[in-house]
Design a protein around this ligand. Structure first.
Ligand code: TXA
Ligand code: MG
Length: 342
């Protein structure tokens, strides 16, 4: 496709228009509370194939299916397992994707041949209205080009996708800012966390009694053994800049960065720290004690580093518990697992 991408608002007319594009096998980027999604009819294999082309996405990385009403789950899964149901009751609508056994009605392109499917009922009102207007479940990965940071504004989507998709619906800035938590609940009675997000493992454990964290989430190496979620083994969030995480307190971080700058060095630090760094150029990504704000900022901050032409970036290393785990997971990947402990 090489025509101009249509920019739509969240007016009733524009939402109906987006629904029509999607129903007819087109591609539209839609706002959700996590990140913008690049949507297509999940029941139409040829529509779904266009998502992979537009993003340049590896063919073995499955997509998430989005619904507008919890009742739709029964049409998509062979078994709404007790664990999956508990999770849906507690966290839907919201930033949680639940992996369940798949029904054949879902195009095999969506799941890349797996017998399971990830389903999510988003909280964002516009997202649900667009899904309802389309009248079909929507397959939607994040609406970035593969390997770029996920988009949290319509402009981010435009920068990556203009001319490659039919439409972008502008619903403002995403309120969560990192992709959904992905949890495996297709069998057994203990859910397995496959990707951290706005719903923390602690929150899941509170509802299900336990939550196993897949080894690949914390591993600083290449994927360990056989991966449960294909997304884990792909290169992710790779900005142009070479980022290194510095695991230390602020004084040690400041000393480390100042010894190496200011020539060709950029700092990625918490709010209020930048101006204390002796003239080093910086980008801040939220307050140290506010992981939610860090989630909202992290992807924009990575895009800004590229826009400023940053080459060598030293980043503060987020904590690994609660919602911070989601920020750590994105940044350690953006840093290609480079981390220095001081
Ligand atoms: O918040 C989100 O989840 C956003 C918005 C648009 O909803 N979507 C999103 O999609 O982040 P994507 O494609 O960027 O990430 C989907 C992740 C991948 O890591 C993929 O491997 C995993 O979910 N996944 C999808 N289906 C799976 C399945 N059946 N089994 C295991 N992992 C699966
Ligand atoms: Mg993605």
């Amino acid at each position: 496709m090489n025509k101009e991408t249509l920019m739509l608002s969240c007016s009733e007319t524009d939402i109906a228009r987006a629904g029509e594009i999607l129903r007819n096998g087109g591609l539209a980027a839609i706002p959700t509370e996590t990140v913008y999604g690049l949507a297509a009819n999940a029941l139409d294999g040829s529509a779904v194939r266009k998502i992979f082309e537009a993003k340049g996405r590896p063919q073995d990385n499955p997509l998430i299916v989005h619904i507008s009403d919890v009742e739709q789950v029964y049409g998509l899964t062979k078994n709404f397992t007790p664990v999956a149901k508990k999770l849906a009751d507690a966290f839907w609508p919201g930033p949680l994707t639940i992996i369940m056994p798949k029904k054949d009605i879902i195009a095999s392109e969506v799941t890349c041949g797996l017998s399971t499917v990830g389903i999510r009922l988003p909280e964002n009102e516009w997202a649900r209205k667009i899904i309802a207007a389309a009248g079909v479940p929507l397959a939607a990965p994040s609406a970035n080009s593969s390997g770029r940071p996920s988009p949290t504004t319509a402009k981010h989507v435009f920068d990556d996708m203009n001319g490659k998709i039919d439409a972008i619906v502008d619903g403002g800035e995403c309120t969560v800012g990192v992709e959904s938590t992905v949890v495996y609940a297709a069998d057994g009675d203990e859910p397995v966390l496959l990707r951290p997000g706005g719903i923390s493992p602690e929150m899941i454990a509170q509802v299900c009694g336990a939550c196993r964290i897949d080894d690949n989430i914390l591993s600083d190496m290449e994927a360990v053994g056989e991966v449960m979620s294909p997304g884990m083994k792909h290169k992710h969030y790779s900005p142009d800049a070479r980022i290194t995480l510095i695991d230390s307190d602020f004084p040690a971080y400041k000393k480390y960065v100042e010894e190496r700058g200011p020539q060709d060095v950029f700092a990625l630090c918490y709010d209020g720290e930048g101006e204390r760094l002796g003239g080093i150029p910086y980008i801040e990504f939220g307050a140290e004690n506010d992981p939610q704000a860090q989630c909202r900022r992290v992807f924009s901050a990575l895009r800004e580093l590229d826009e400023k032409g940053a080459k060598t970036v030293y980043a503060r290393c987020p904590k690994k518990d609660g919602t911070s785990l989601a920020v750590y997971n994105r940044l350690i990947r953006a840093a290609a697992f480079r981390k220095i402990e001081l």
